[in-house]
Design a binder for this molecule. Structure first.
Ligand code: ADP
Ligand code: MG
Length: 474
């Protein structure tokens, strides 16, 4: 046994007694002593991540142990087998923290002569990154609207120039079902289209966490970290999932740093802006804020219509305009639900051999939008009409003879008769106890006016639509 191996062996004996067996296996067994010169023991670690980890977690322990063995002048130097994933030296030889550390351990020296190209390391040689992307999530079928414009254009800029824009990382955040996964995967697919030599990896934060748990179990953290270091564009979905998962955050932090330092692109999604991520380490949050955080909002009516239309085209089906309007009016906050309604509409129609019409749409949509079970009430009609004419609701029930109010009142009665199944008597009661002949008179008046007055006609059809469409509004 050479001197340096026995020195290191002695160190290991001491260390082994002071840390948990698992940590020892993970972080100390893979270390190889290389040489002992001028009071400095050089040890070889598999990669930079490994080095950082040791420096961060075991610096005191190592310092103490090495001094026990070599005396007060004893130092430790590192040799990193695999400095970066792509085999380039990244020019920094004094450790990942970017500046020499003047303590007794000395800087974590990388001996450039010993840097090996990772692609000739057994096992990594033929490694190809499987992107894990869904090919259906593309920019082509991602509809742009005010709600997602910033995130989409940042994503597109990245796809054209991964790692080279200031959007690094890009954090896309917003509520569930608004297209975060679609968009970040579209970026990945677009990168693969444009660059044959770039590797992309999509992973959900949940999956990532499971990988870490497995790796810890199998003592393979290193392999995992090495794998991630090979990636040019790393996409991690739903990072809020990492909340309170300290170990996972720690490893992610190191991977993030590695990739970012070497100009690789990182894209993340979250259900809230980085600053509001609870249970997340401050240093991670601050890194998330380095690039661009872009929010995705609920789409407006036009965007919803465009999305629905695009889906219909893709499914090769057509549904009547009033039906698609009805769906888009009522499903507002979630694009996945919008799709869900469309699919169940298609399914119900073919299973029950029913035409796709407003009735069927209402049936289907009830399962998606809870408030929709509400009946259209006369009060609700009064409220919408009053709003439309800019008058107070109680004026419709009162006896004012002002023309605007009279028209609004008559129109409300007309709509109440057409859109509810209430009797003339009941309707009259809701209008301040008027009798049924007054209601009949009002309905006739409106019918007559509609023939001669286009303003009235338009008002009626607009209100009718509004009432039918906005069933789930308060
Ligand atoms: P999130 O990840 O935000 O929960 P997803 O990306 O899973 O949402 O989107 C839900 C569904 O809505 C997906 O099927 C997606 O294709 C679709 N979708 C979301 N936004 C758009 C859009 N702008 N254009 C077309 N489809 C969209
Ligand atoms: Mg998602």
């Amino acid at each position: 046994m050479t001197v340096f191996t026995s020195v290191w062996d002695n160190c290991l004996q001491t260390i082994r007694q002071q840390i948990p067996a698992r940590s020892f296996q993970t972080w100390f067994e893979p270390i190889r002593p290389v040489k002992l010169e001028n009071n400095a023991l050089t040890i070889q670690v598999p990669n930079r991540f490994f080095y950082e980890w040791l420096e961060e977690h075991y610096v005191d322990l190592l310092k103490r142990t090495i001094r026990q063995q070599l005396g007060d002048k004893g130092r430790l130097e590192y040799q990193i087998l695999m400095p970066t994933a792509n085999g380039h030296k990244n020019g920094r030889t004094n450790g990942a923290k970017g500046k020499p550390e003047p303590d007794a351990l000395g800087p974590g020296m990388i001996d450039a002569e010993h840097i090996k190209n990772p692609f000739i390391i057994p096992g990594i040689k033929k490694l190809r990154i499987e992107p894990n992307l869904n090919p259906n999530y593309t920019f082509d079928n991602f509809i742009e609207g005010d709600c997602n414009r910033l995130a989409r254009s940042a994503g597109m800029a990245i796809a054209k120039n991964p790692g080279k824009t200031s959007f690094n990382p890009l954090v896309v955040f917003g509520d569930v079902g608004l297209g975060k996964t679609h968009l970040i995967q579209a970026v990945g697919n677009e990168v693969l289209n444009r660059f044959t030599n770039k590797s992309v990896l999509y992973v959900s934060a949940e999956e990532f966490t499971n990988q870490i748990i497995q790796a810890i179990k199998n003592n393979a953290i290193n392999d995992l970290v090495n794998y991630y270091q090979l990636v040019d564009v790393l996409i991690v979905d739903d990072i809020h999932f990492l909340a309170n998962k300290i170990k996972t955050q720690e490893i992610f932090f190191h991977i993030f740093n590695q990739l970012h330092q070497t100009g690789r692109q990182i894209i993340l999604s979250s259900d809230r802006p980085p600053k509001d991520l609870e249970g997340m380490e401050e240093r991670l949050i601050s890194r998330f804020k380095w690039g661009l955080s872009a929010d995705m909002q609920a789409p407006d009516l036009e965007t919803r219509m465009a999305i629905l239309e695009a889906k219909m085209n893709r499914e090769g089906i057509e549904i009547p305009m009033d039906v698609s309007e009805f769906i888009c009016y009522n499903v507002k906050n979630n694009i996945r639900e919008l799709e869900g309604v469309l699919i169940s509409l298609i399914a119900q129609s073919s299973l029950n051999n029913r035409e796709i019409d407003l009735e069927l749409a209402k049936d289907v949509i009830k399962n998606f939008v809870s408030e929709l079970n509400r009946e259209i009430t006369v009060e609700y009609i009064q409220q919408l009409v009053a709003e439309h004419f800019g008058v107070a609701v109680d004026k419709l029930q009162g006896s004012t003879r002002k023309r605007k109010i009279v028209i609004a009142r008559q129109l409300s009665m007309y709509l109440a008769k057409n859109l509810t199944d209430k009797s003339l008597k009941t309707i009259g009661e809701v209008f301040g106890g008027r009798d049924h002949s007054t209601v009949i008179y009002s309905i006739r008046t409106v019918q007559d006016l509609m023939e001669t007055d286009t303003m009235i006609k338009d008002a009626v059809s607009e209100l009718e639509k509004k009432i039918r469409m906005s069933l789930n509004e308060k």
